[in-house]
Write a protein that binds this ligand. Structure first.
Ligand code: FES
Length: 107
């Protein structure tokens, strides 16, 4: 059985999320953190899987965001735990640019 096409929701103009920055957006019933890095755009559930800290407000270095609440790090491309503090992975969302708009997969 084929899975249905993912639904993408526009959240912001690409020009409004400068390189090196991140912001959280409501996508359906979820809050999704979108990161704009030199490697591209990435999207993770904004709620840190450790205890709910806002990953969009974390420290962004290369492809790792570090939660500012207790210091858990997560790879943007996979959501997997990175760094000394091990944690279950953050949920990743597909993200794309369409007609100058950042669009995030709604789940
Ligand atoms: S809530 Fe993110 S590290 Fe604890």
């Amino acid at each position: 059985m084929d899975s249905p096409e993912p639904k993408f929701v526009p959240v912001a103009r690409l020009a409004d999320l400068p390189l090196g920055s991140a912001r959280a957006f409501e996508v359906g019933r979820k809050l999704v953190a979108v990161f704009h890095t030199a490697e591209g755009l990435f999207a993770l559930d904004d709620h840190c899987p450790h205890s709910g800290g806002p990953l969009s407000e974390g420290d962004l270095r290369s492809d790792v965001v570090t939660c500012r609440w207790h210091g858990a790090g997560f790879r943007l491309s996979t959501g997997r735990s990175a760094g000394a503090m091990r944690c279950k992975p953050a949920t990743c969302f597909s993200v794309r640019v369409h007609d100058g708009w950042i669009e995030v997969e709604e789940r």
